[in-house]
Design a protein around this ligand. Structure first.
Ligand code: SF4
Ligand code: SF4
Length: 365
């Protein structure tokens, strides 16, 4: 008999897909939700109540741009009262003294600001938002002055990977406790723009050397999280800590997912938080149970020593590249599909095509 899973540790609320920026690697799905389809404040409050009762410890308010929702301070206040650790994942272009003050007063614990680069011209081109970088710098300074915990997140790709030393220096200058140097993950908009974004192996190796030496130099002062593209890895990452093992993601329209990219998978009837309890979704819904644990695994995962470390890699990537979500992640060198990764990586040496910017109505809607 299979033991019931532990309760989820984290809840990620995609409050909205609205965002002033248009990053070509956005983790939101190609088919973006419109404002009229978003959950109501009462729906989100109920989700928070149920999450706390279920044993969730952290709630991440994300999007799109979560600050596009006027009820964000109310949601943060409710989560804080329930004893949940609250994190805001934001582009920060709507963050100012007034809006930050309201969030801090509501009990917000942590702010993660995403940067599109280290220089204004390059960053504003990626986000397709003039003046965005300057607003982010001002917002990061406000967060530091407020005393809230701050993480700077830099999304890295072939257009800005040479500037990683400047990104690390920015983190130091702000006194951030943690920065993320996160290479683009190639799902959704990132996959659509892969030929424009994937760096070469040589550029990635240089970036890795930079991060490793900065980590050693800054040990005890600033943590540097580092995410490499699967296309140059020998083994896959343990995506989301395993399917439906730690995280629940709620889409703006209320669909519960084991990760933000899972809506790309066909053949799933994703449970709606307005008609299903979070506990039922976590413990008993078919989509959450389908790839949980190791029972679903094909070879070579089934007999592999790493099957309870990386859980066979990412189901969304397996589907995106092979058309079958139940195959071993092609990022693994043992996967029969691994050659696909090397073929895609070769294209990184070709001239970059223009970006397909992320826009509501651009794709699928
Ligand atoms: S990745 Fe860019 S477009 Fe997507 S939500 Fe974040 S800031 Fe907005
Ligand atoms: S065979 Fe499966 S479990 Fe083993 S390393 Fe590869 S993806 Fe992970």
């Amino acid at each position: 008999m299979v033991a019931p899973p532990d309760p989820p540790m984290s809840l990620l609320l995609e409050l909205t897909h609205r965002c002033p920026l248009q990053c070509p690697y956005c983790s939101n799905p190609l088919k973006l939700e419109r404002a009229a389809d978003e959950l109501s404040t009462a729906d989100w409050l109920s989700v928070l109540d149920q999450a706390a009762a279920l044993g969730v410890l952290q709630v991440h308010f994300s999007g799109g741009e979560p600050m596009a929702r006027a009820d964000l301070p109310d949601l943060v206040r409710h989560a804080a009262k329930l004893g949940l650790y609250t994190n805001l994942i934001t582009s920060a272009v709507l963050l100012n003294e007034r809006t930050l003050g309201a969030l801090a007063e509501s009990g917000l614990d942590h702010v993660q600001i995403s940067f599109q680069g280290s220089d204004a011209a390059g960053a504003d081109r990626i986000g397709n938002y003039a003046g965005g970088h300057a607003k982010k710098l001002a917002a990061a300074a406000l967060v530091r002055a407020s005393g809230l915990a701050l993480t700077l997140n830099f999304v890295v790709h072939r257009h800005n990977i040479a500037r990683v030393p400047d990104m690390i220096a920015m983190g130091e200058a702000f006194g951030a406790g943690r920065i993320e140097i996160a290479n683009v993950q190639y799902y959704g908009w990132g996959l659509l723009n892969r030929a424009a974004l994937l760096p070469t192996r040589a550029a990635l190796d240089e970036c890795t050397d930079t991060v490793l030496s900065a980590r050693a130099r800054l040990r005890g002062r600033m943590l540097i999280d580092y995410v490499v593209p699967d296309y140059y890895a020998a083994e896959p990452k343990g995506c989301m800590g395993g399917w439906a093992r730690r995280f629940i993601n709620i889409s703006p329209a209320g669909r519960a997912l084991p990760c933000h990219a899972a809506e790309t998978l066909p053949g799933f009837d994703w449970p709606d938080v307005r008609t299903h309890s979070l506990a039922d979704i976590w413990y008993a819904s078919e989509p959450f149970v389908r790839y949980r644990g190791t029972g679903w695994m094909p070879e070579p995962c089934r007999s592999c020593d790493r099957r309870e470390q990386d859980w066979g890699g990412c189901r969304c990537q397996a589907f995106a590249l092979t058309g079958d979500a139940s195959r071993t992640d092609p990022a693994c060198h043992l996967s029969p599909d691994h050659a696909m990764m090397a073929e895609a990586a070769q294209a990184a040496s070709a001239p970059a095509p223009p970006f397909a910017y992320r826009r509501i109505g651009q794709r699928g809607v």
